[in-house]
Ligand binder design. Structure first.
Ligand code: COA
Length: 321
């Protein structure tokens, strides 16, 4: 038994913040942000929106595309690093909002790799017969943990959600997922406080994103190059077999480096970072949905999804769409 993607969806909050608008708040410029990252704008959740509400919208779109109802779903997995609450987890909140009957529902945190990790878990549950119709979501409200006075990070991140419905199939589908992590890099990209590690009373950096951008960049490029090579080798595939690269949308320059390693022209790379910045776990399913809906990705094509993020964590998914 394999799993295959039956439908995709995404949701971006209405409010758009352009680079020029950010330049009125911190010492930066549209030119600098575009040149270093490729980002042109980002979407920011409204006060009454949360990771669960964004997830719910993306999930509805994916369920419509797959032609499934709430009653069909029997597994919900959400990759997120910005959950609404300590508990219940975001998947339970989505379950309630969509009226999905009792089923396993859990969130997992793997930062920007969250969706690939979630996809891998759901794929295994479908492949082993433990689930028959899985809702897999990557969603974030990173705007809530961005320090809007720190120009080195606030220009990079945004909010959004992407989702897929996975169903069983006799032929792949999801061919493989390769996951990895190395906690020795935790100091290069992190948020300093959480539930168990509380900020001291005088802390002024409560839960903001901290990043050594330059060093993250170098490890990301190297790790992703190794990851895509490993993924192809595992299937004895030539680079030319890949129809579409659907990378984590962190930075155009990181994406270009991976495409170069694969000898893929940029026309074969789904690039959406310009429209929403780095949305962490939401970026890969949103990019996938974008290219499915605009007709670039066709049934039967071979897709390589990859992501890298805080932890560090990384992961790839090779998918026959
Ligand atoms: N606007 C203008 N100048 C800025 C700036 C901004 N928003 N942010 C930083 N700078 C300045 C720095 O202060 C520095 O100035 P200095 O030379 O006077 O000290 C200069 O630009 C260069 O900074 P540096 O950090 O070396 O730039 P960079 O080329 O590495 O680009 C990033 C910075 C963050 C864009 C880049 O490192 C990056 O994309 N890293 C990966 C981040 C990432 O993707 N993280 C998520 C992974 S999932």
């Amino acid at each position: 038994m394999y799993s295959r993607i039956a439908g995709t969806g995404r949701y971006l909050p209405e409010r758009i913040v352009t680079n020029s608008e950010l330049a009125t708040r911190v010492d930066t410029s549209d030119e600098w942000i575009r040149a270093r990252t490729g980002i042109e704008r980002r979407h920011i959740a409204a006060d009454d929106e949360t990771t669960a509400s964004l997830s719910t919208q993306a999930a509805r779109a994916a369920m419509d595309a797959a032609g499934v109802d709430a009653a069909d779903i029997d597994l919900i997995v959400v990759g997120t690093t910005t959950p609404d609450l300590v508990f219940p987890n975001v998947a339970c909140l989505v379950q309630e909002r969509l009226g999905i009957p009792a089923c396993p529902a859990f969130s997992l945190e793997a930062a920007c790799t969250g969706f690939i990790y979630a996809l891998s878990m759901a794929d295994k549950m479908i492949a082993t017969g433990s689930a028959n119709c899985a809702l897999v979501i990557g969603a974030e409200t990173l705007s809530r943990i961005v320090d809007w006075n720190d120009r080195t990070t606030c220009v990079l991140f945004g909010d959004g959600a992407g989702a897929v419905v996975l169903r069983p199939a006799d032929t792949p589908g999801v061919l493989s997922c390769h996951l990895g992590a190395d906690g020795r890099y935790q100091d290069l990209l992190f948020s300093p406080y959480g539930t168990s590690k509380r900020p001291p009373p005088d802390a002024d950096d409560v839960s903001y994103i901290k990043m050594k951008g330059n060093e993250v960049f170098k490890v990301a490029v190297k790790t992703l190059e190794g990851l895509v090579t490993k993924t192809l080798e595992a299937h004895q595939l030539d680079k030319s077999a890949i129809d579409w690269l659907i990378p984590h949308q962190a930075n155009t320059r990181i994406i270009q480096a991976t495409a170069k390693r694969l000898e893929l022209p940029m026309e074969k790379v789904i690039l959406t970072v310009q429209d929403h910045g780095n949305t962490s776990a939401a970026s890969v399913p949103m990019a996938l949905d974008t290219a499915v809906r605009d007709g670039r990705i066709q049934r039967g094509e071979l897709l390589l999804l990859e992501a890298f993020g805080g932890g560090f964590t990384w992961g790839s998914a090779l998918i026959r769409y």
